[in-house]
Design a protein around this ligand. Structure first.
Ligand SMILES: [Fe+2]
Length: 241
């Protein structure tokens, strides 16, 4: 069973379309989104419609909370807040309703999916937590693999018995040991912050226990032009280049 894991698409429809083309060529059985499908990017409504038409479930991210729960807005910096307010105006009532239905967590067999940090926080950042706190959380987790987003970085944290190891993830194939527990920080489709501006996503193969990290080239200047045209904060465009 192959599962494609997308995170932090952030309204970048050009990126998600390129990623889905790659997924379609990889014989994937199921696709899941780790949230922050919207915000920063110029085409939030199109991204939500793509998820709906492709039947891709999503957990809720902090940007989804920003458009559905105004009391979350003060948690964002002024630029992110401005883009969330503009994103709200770009979304149809039907899409807002759909976003409200996103759960905080999805569990499938041995896999847990959450935006920020397990067991089910859409807002907690991995970098806020000590190694001891991460170990505690992984030890208590019933599932063996937890996929998170939120920081837009790629990293794998391995709990082997009592020892936690942290390794950066990059493009390639990574066989995992099913005796360990893993926290997999999945990078970002639409707004990477890891120094490489390609779209990133993962494929997990539960039969072979192999994780694939895929980097996808797409038309970044198309997204950049749309960000300027929408009048969104310029920083969101500059970050892509
Ligand atoms: Fe995000």
């Amino acid at each position: 069973m192959k599962t494609a894991i997308l995170s932090d698409i952030h309204g970048n429809a050009t990126a998600i379309e390129a990623v889905l083309k790659d997924i379609d060529a990889c014989s994937v059985d199921t696709i899941l989104s780790l949230g922050d499908n919207i915000g920063y990017g110029p085409e939030p409504e199109k991204v939500i419609n793509i998820l709906r038409s492709r039947k891709i479930p999503s957990v809720t991210g902090n940007h989804e909370l920003g458009v559905t729960h105004p009391n979350f807005l003060p948690l964002f910096n002024p630029i992110a807040r401005k883009s969330i307010e503009m994103t709200f105006d770009m979304l149809s009532a039907a899409s807002i309703e759909r976003i409200k239905q996103f759960p905080n967590v999805i569990v499938k067999d041995d896999l847990r999916f959450v935006h920020g940090f397990p067991p089910e926080s859409p807002t907690k950042y991995l970098f806020e937590l000590s190694d001891e706190e991460i170990k505690d959380s992984l030890s208590q987790m019933v599932e063996r693999y937890c996929f998170i987003g939120h920081t837009h970085d790629l990293e794998i944290l391995i709990l082997e018995k009592d020892r936690l190891t942290r390794l950066p993830l990059e493009e390639g194939i990574f066989p995992l040991d099913p005796n360990n527990k893993y926290l997999i920080n999945s990078g970002s489709v639409g707004q990477p912050r890891d120094g490489n501006n390609q779209a990133k996503y993962l494929i997990w193969d539960s039969e072979t226990s192999v994780l694939s990290v895929r980097y996808i080239t797409y038309n970044i200047s198309d997204t950049v032009k749309k960000i300027y045209k929408a009048g969104l904060p310029e920083q969101h465009a500059l970050r892509l280049m």
